[in-house]
Design a binder for this molecule. Structure first.
Ligand code: NAD
Length: 260
């Protein structure tokens, strides 16, 4: 059903976005990836998508802090693919500090990348989706879009904002064959989280294994990381016609974290 659709996944040179872009390519979708990274690695990622999955694959270097670059990324995808069917707003960064020590420039960057970039990308893809009367917008929020943790003021604010934005877009597009949903993952072992494990181990003078068990996964009842495969399966299902009535939802995939 997804074969031949076109997808943009923001922040897809690493972690969740990279795995999700590959899953969409595996389902026969043409993909535009985005994010920072080594030029050769990005090139081989695109080649891998093309040869393994026989799809078109392109890279946009758009900086998700820059609205004009986001608009240009969408325009390029529309020109290359003839339209954007599925948009996954995934790019994100983290910074952990008490609020009175939180650097304002980190606050601005997190709000720009984790929240405002989704607004700019959505407003750019919607006219095309409306004209084709079909579209899927998937916002990668977080358990932190539903509940808070200390020292993550900007991240929690941005992710709660993402959940609110998801609901508004869902209402505006409800009769147009388009859906907008948020996926709210718990912890997934990506470079973003590996950085946190290392930082916490240093700060708390603990072994990394103990940090994973007693700090990182303390709130996650399964005590297991959420996997790429689980997230990919949900994103592919949300993109299917059978998910047409799932709209404006914030779907937790967090091992029970937000059930507490
Ligand atoms: P990651 O660090 O592995 O990947 C982040 C991606 O965003 C990279 O491709 C990076 O280049 C890109 N990026 C960062 N700044 C950018 C910018 N200015 N412009 C364009 N691209 C930029 O992180 P991840 O863990 O895969 O996280 C992906 C998303 O999932 C984020 O929104 C994150 O908040 C969310 N999330 C992650 C977890 C987790 O446990 N890893 C849990 C819940 C939600």
């Amino acid at each position: 059903m997804l074969k031949g659709k076109s997808v943009i996944v923001t922040g897809s040179t690493s972690g969740i976005g990279r795995a999700m872009a590959e899953a969409f390519a595996g389902a026969g979708c043409h993909v535009m990836i985005n994010g920072f990274g080594d030029e050769n690695e990005i090139h081989s990622l695109l080649e891998n998508f093309k040869t393994k999955h026989h799809v078109n694959a392109f890279y946009s270097a758009a900086d998700m802090r820059k609205p004009d670059q986001i608009a240009a990324m969408v325009k390029e995808a529309e020109e290359r693919f003839g339209g954007v069917d599925i948009l996954v707003n995934n790019a994100g960064i983290q910074h952990v500090a008490p609020i009175d020590e939180f650097p304002p420039e980190k606050w601005d960057a997190i709000i720009a990348i984790n929240l405002s970039s989704a607004f700019h990308a959505i407003r750019a893809v919607l006219p095309g989706m409306k004209s084709r009367q079909w579209g899927r917008i998937i916002n990668i929020a977080s358990a932190h879009g539903l509940v808070a943790s200390p020292f993550k003021s900007a991240y929690v604010a941005a992710k709660h904002g993402m959940v609110g934005l998801t609901k508004v877009v869902a209402l505006e597009v409800a009769q147009l064959g388009i859906t907008c949903n948020a996926i709210c993952p718990g912890y997934v072992k990506t470079p973003l989280v590996e950085g946190q494990i290392a930082d916490q181990a240093k700060a708390r003078k603990m072994e990394p294994d103990a940090v994973v068990r007693d700090v990182i996964l303390a709130a996650q009842p399964t005590k297991k990381f959420v996997t790429f495969e689980e997230l990919n399966a949900l994103a592919l299902f949300l993109s299917d016609d059978k998910a047409a009535s799932i709209n404006g939802a914030s779907l937790s995939m967090d091992g029970g974290w937000t059930a507490q």
